[in-house]
Design a protein around this ligand. Structure first.
Ligand SMILES: Cc1cc2nc3c(=O)[nH]c(=O)nc-3n(C[C@H](O)[C@H](O)[C@H](O)COP(=O)(O)OP(=O)(O)OC[C@H]3O[C@@H](n4cnc5c(N)ncnc54)[C@H](O)[C@@H]3O)c2cc1C
Length: 349
């Protein structure tokens, strides 16, 4: 069977890219091994201003409207809500952070994202106050990826299989089993760092993270909280909290250490909250990169091999815009965004 694109991996990257290419009438097949992945564990938070110095994510002004529009279009198509807009309260943890934050209010580029500083909150322990942020929220990745998977299946565009890289034949024409794609797009998340024979030279820096989903004994406050870790209210009593950060143990085992760290850190800032039950603890591996920018582009030698990966801890914000940028590149020869193009690492191949 001849097709335009074979996409490997049905995480958020492969799924949104496949959706984009299918919208543009391309013939796509997406293959996934159905293993637990980062996208299904992720909190899906979108937070354009982060870090101790309150820095706007690279190209946030460009990325955010495209992400919101993409999730709204998907919501309209599937008649389901995928993106929940929610105000975020960011704890100012010391004088330095309070000063850095105040400075940002003087910068007009930050005005769309910063609301005001709140000196105190009835539920939250704070000495230096809280920053109320705008344009924040979270993506419901499980319903979104499930809806997209069902859609791909309905089109005959989904195959549940583990791609063994040896099975990809380059000559006489590009082929995987009976499928002859014009191009293959690799979206395997952190697995690419260790397993992909063509792209593992790229400087991935995967990071494990754990997340807890729990029920509280009483109604929880309804803002997203950000205090080094984060708290997301899912409804009146259920919430998620995360995520731990571990560069050393790159596995998906859950640990009591991460659970204690997350629950203790939440207790410190939100002492009134009492956990009735831990419903779930999950672990995943973020496909993070050395320079914190995605890996997008063609292999320098095998030009019909393309990578779409490295979205780190910000997949929900970044992937919709980069899907459009890559589709424009593949279909209309538009240039890729320089900062994420793997041209910057061609010397490593
Ligand atoms: C704990 C945690 C918290 C996070 N929180 C957030 C957050 O709040 N906000 C945010 O934006 N991002 C967050 N992220 C990051 C987010 O998950 C990623 O940016 C994004 O989901 C990466 O998507 P992906 O498609 O590249 O990778 P993945 O979701 O890992 O998908 C890759 C897919 O490829 C499949 N695959 C791999 N190899 C093969 C093969 N050989 N054959 C077939 N299939 C294969 C895998 O099984 C998987 O399904 C978090 C991640 C973690 C782990």
């Amino acid at each position: 069977m001849e097709i335009d694109f074979l996409i490997i991996g049905q995480g958020l990257a492969g799924s949104l890219l496949a959706w984009e290419l299918i919208q543009r009438q391309k013939n796509v097949i997406i293959v996934d091994n159905n293993q637990p992945n980062a996208s299904l564990v992720a909190a899906g938070l979108i937070n354009p201003v982060t870090g101790m110095r309150f820095v706007k994510s690279a190209n946030a002004d460009q990325l955010l409207p495209v992400a919101i529009d993409c999730y709204q279009k998907l919501a309209d198509f599937f008649n389901q809500t995928f993106y929940i807009k929610k105000t975020m309260l960011r704890l100012l943890r010391n004088n330095k952070e309070a000063t850095a934050c105040s400075k940002r209010f003087k910068d007009r580029d930050y005005r769309p994202y910063l609301d005001k500083i709140i000196p105190s909150h009835p539920d939250i322990n704070t000495t230096f106050g809280l920053l109320r942020q705008k344009q924040t929220g979270y993506l419901l990745t499980i319903p979104l990826l499930t809806a997209l998977k069902d859609y791909f299946i309905s089109l005959g565009a989904y195959i549940n299989a583990e791609i063994n890289y040896d099975e990809i034949k380059l000559t006489p024409t590009l082929r995987w089993n009976s499928i002859q794609p014009k191009q293959i797009i690799f979206c395997e998340g952190h697995h690419a760092a260790t397993a992909n024979p063509w792209f593992s030279a790229l400087p991935f820096q995967p990071v494990k993270g754990e997340i807890i989903t729990a029920t509280a004994t009483a109604k929880v406050q309804q803002n997203i909280l950000n205090y080094g870790h984060w708290f997301i209210p899912l409804n009146n009593s259920q919430f998620r909290t995360g995520a731990s950060f571990d560069r050393d143990s790159l596995n998906t085992a859950i640990t009591s250490e991460a659970r204690d760290i997350l629950l203790n850190s939440l207790k410190q800032i939100y002492p009134a909250l009492t956990v009735e039950k831990i419903n779930k603890q999950q672990a995943g591996i973020r496909p993070t990169t050395l320079d914190k920018m995605p890996f997008v582009g063609r292999h320098p030698k095998y030009s019909n091999f393309i990578i779409f990966n490295g979205f780190g801890a910000k997949g929900s914000l970044q992937i919709p815009w980069h899907s459009q940028n890559l589709a424009n590149h593949l279909l209309n020869k538009k240039p890729l965004a320089q900062a994420s193009s793997i041209l910057r690492y061609y010397h490593l191949f």
